[in-house]
Design a protein around this ligand. Structure first.
Ligand code: FES
Length: 105
């Protein structure tokens, strides 16, 4: 069953920015704030091993990986630009009472 893991407060995830969050099993999730809505994907680019939370560039709902300029849609993890073809795993991110939770499956 899914469990919600608290990863911080809303202040930790500024609008237009990408921040990392680590789940209890050590998995790092990249969390994107797009106009106040939070989305989560695997932190590592599916093409190489770039950290999207450290190096990704967020424009609207698109994250670009600066290593080879591949892109993903952060809302569903879809690869939207070459050389990326494998989707990113996505995570549901919730806000409740000013706290941020990632649903861990
Ligand atoms: Fe991200 Fe190649 S490692 S596009």
């Amino acid at each position: 069953a899914p469990t919600d893991v608290q990863v911080g407060t809303v202040a930790d995830f500024p609008e237009g920015e990408i921040r990392p969050a680590t789940l209890p099993d050590g998995t790092v999730v990249a969390i994107y704030n797009v106009d106040g809505t939070l989305y989560g994907t695997a932190d590592l680019c599916s093409h190489g091993e770039a950290s999207l939370s450290e190096e990704g560039i967020l424009t609207g709902t698109t994250v670009e990986c600066p290593w080879h300029f591949g892109t993903f849609d952060v809302t569903d993890g879809r690869a939207t630009g070459m050389p990326c073809t494998v989707p990113l795993k996505t995570y549901t991110v919730k806000i409740a009472n000013g706290n941020v939770y990632v649903e861990s499956r």
